[in-house]
Design a protein. Structure first.
Length: 287
């Protein structure tokens, strides 16, 4: 078994707009010869501005879109093979931006059970899966609640539990916090990190919030359908000038540390958290 759970090989994707007579009006290249591998158990983040191709790439990994050129393999299976598409989507589950579009049950328990029921899982096992999934995202105490009474962050955690109950090896989170307030965003990212740390689920996070990327193993920066940068959070955020050219920022703490360094303080590159910054400032004070 390969240690690569996702392989994106030479993928180009074009959106084709046609007129009323089916003539090609416009061709937009959303992905341009993208190559990307994700290891089992890895947490990766894909960053990019609006129109960079992030969500288009996510939909390729889940088999919602198919490459114009190139191939995508999920756990060794080619997403272009229509006979394998259900297996592929069970292996790489997807959580979308708006949790309301993904919640179907009248109560939380029912909603999380929906996926396993459609997979034909026995009732006794579904009950176990629902319980373990809700516990994994910290929503077990809300199992008998109506999703309509939950906050945005709680709804999104229920959506993640619904995917998790299908026992995927990988979860793709496509801008899962875009519609949430800061507290809701923290809840969802905490849940994703816990699934990765404890359950060893591979996480692919698509976001435009820099702070959400700092806990990743690796970050990929997309711009106009091309991967422009790749590296650890420290490596990526140590290059704020290059990120600025791509119309991206760095986490607030990283930006502050960078400005302090420019002002003459001897700080290391790529400081990512408040704790790191405080630690380095204390060191300087002691010196």
């Amino acid at each position: 078994m390969s240690d690569k759970i996702i392989r994106v090989k030479d993928v180009t994707f074009e959106y084709i707009r046609r007129d009323d007579e089916d003539n090609v009006e416009e061709i937009t290249k959303a992905l341009d010869n993208v190559n990307l591998n994700v290891n089992r158990g890895e947490f990766i983040t894909i960053l990019g501005g609006n129109g960079s191709g992030k969500s288009t790439l996510a939909k390729h990994i889940n088999g919602i879109l198919y490459p114009t050129e190139g191939s995508v393999y999920v756990d060794g299976k080619d997403t272009a093979d229509e006979d394998l598409i259900w297996e592929i989507r069970s292996t790489a589950g997807m959580v979308f931006q708006n949790p309301d579009n993904q919640i179907v049950g009248q109560i939380v328990d029912e909603d999380v059970a929906f996926g396993p029921e459609n997979m034909g899982i026995p009732t006794s096992e579904i009950k176990e899966r629902v319980e373990e999934s809700l516990k994994a995202v910290g929503m077990y105490d809300y199992r008998n609640s109506s999703p309509n009474k939950l906050s945005g962050g709680q709804k999104q955690r229920v959506s993640i539990a619904g995917v998790l109950a299908m026992h995927p090896k990988c979860i793709i989170l496509d801008e899962p916090t875009a519609m949430l307030d800061p507290e809701g965003r923290k809840e969802v990212i905490r849940a994703a990190r816990a699934l990765n740390d404890v359950e060893k689920v591979t996480i692919i996070l698509i976001t435009h919030y820099m702070e959400e990327a700092i806990y990743s193993d690796r970050i990929f920066i997309l711009d106009k359908g091309v991967i422009k940068m790749e590296g650890t959070p420290k490596e990526i955020f140590s290059r704020p000038d290059e990120l600025k050219e791509l119309r991206l920022d760095v986490p607030q703490v990283t930006g502050l540390a960078y400005e302090l360094k420019k002002a003459g303080l001897k700080l290391p590159d790529g400081i990512l958290t408040k704790d790191e910054l405080v630690k380095e400032l204390v060191k300087l004070k002691r010196k």
